[in-house]
Write a protein that binds this ligand. Sequence first.
Ligand SMILES: O[C@H]1[C@H](O)[C@@H](O)[C@H](O)[C@@H](O)[C@H]1O
Length: 500
Amino acid sequence: MRAVAGDESQQPLIADESGDDATALPEVTRKQANRLIWLLTLSAGLSGLLFGYDSTLVSIHEDLGRPLSTFDLSAITSSTSLLALLASPLAGHFADVVGRRPVIAAACGLFIFGALFQSAATNVWTMVIGRSVVGAAVGAASAVVPLYIAEIAPADRRGQLVSVQSLFITGGQVVAYLAGWAVMGRWRWSVGFGSVPALIQAALLVGMPESPRWLVLKGRDDEAAAVFTRLGHDDCDHIVSQVKHEVQEEQLSAGGSMFKELITVPANRRALTIAAGLQALQQLSGFNSLMYFSATIFSLVGFTSPIGTSLSISVSNFVFTLLAFAIIDTVGRRRILLYSIPFMILGLASCALAFLHIDASPSDSMSPSSDASAETSSPWSLVLLFSLIFYVAAYASGLGCVPWQQSELFSLSVRSMGSGLATATNWTSNFIVGATFLPMMHALGPSVTFLVYVFICLVGYIWVWRCYPETKSLELEQVKKLLENGWGVRASERPSDLNG
Ligand SMILES: O[C@H]1[C@H](O)[C@@H](O)[C@H](O)[C@@H](O)[C@H]1O
């Protein structure tokens, strides 16, 4: 357990919220609180399943009134990420004004509506509208769900609980591949199926309490204390007054405007730089080019079952997210990234090498070529497959998961706006990678394209090493202190320095 140097007023809060303190509660109460925290995490995390499911490419081949052109396909696929990037900062704003829970509920409603609308689409433009509605839901949920989970989680399990969302996302991507396969072209079923988890979530939302920290922010202290009690804190008045004190301090220093506070207060500005930087790095390292185009890549290099091979990418992504989930609170966020990014670089570099030996000339189509089975895979194609899986494993155990811890970096009064802006950075970068991957493959060739991602990961590694402090086990209220006088990397690496 840690305290920030020189800040005596934080000490009791740390004791209140630690896992140790929870053991002081009667066993039954502690178990009930644990169960509730898990239930809330899983209910909120269901949005992640929809995020993963809906952010995967839909393969629609007919049935929309005309054969689909490349333009139609890109409009259908990019509408999701475009709307997600617009919706996430808005969701951050509304999560501050009306609360975290109503925004999760609104996203849930949009998921249901969007899924049904898509499955009834009669032409390209109605499909684009359906995808856009789902995109807005994905954007809102991806900004607010990790924030909600971080605000209800005990400090020592926060990393793991927030990572549940990543497990759901990557699980949703596997299910989307499997569903696409199982329905074999009956895409109306696969898009409509997206409404099922959303309906389950709608039912679960009825019993979901508002984030107690947001309640304190809005002066609803009694309600906040009641939620903290249900979450297993035994001295709720104390934690409420600590969070309140924090809010008052922040409001005094910023003079009212949330955006001004985010940009002008140095600790907040650093938090935003780290959160948005990590999200940009997650996307610009190129992972989603595999998610979206791996079937195309595999058909180019002559694999007989490109879709099956692509499934191995999404399954590896899911399996290694489990690893991140298991170790994030013990190894820590920063250390996981410092250990895993070098392996990403290695994987990408050996992909670039393999491509040098493979005759892969990209075509205009985004769909895997159907006569790929005519070619035979060379040993270099196998090297490519293993390198890609290696890269995915390294990505999933670090960069795929860690940036979603973003909300812990922000102090309460700017947390939702900061998380919204960082999420918008994720979707903007996602859009850039989706739009540039195939043109880069054409213009630069596959080897150089992969070397570009190597370069981005190298720069990202150095930046993480210099600027991203370890936040594991710190209270949300403490992280702000860490960022007050610099990036806080040294202080966070030496727990003894943090014990005032
Ligand atoms: O954390 C998730 C996860 O890594 C997904 O697999 C990826 O598709 C998303 O873009 C990312 O945000």
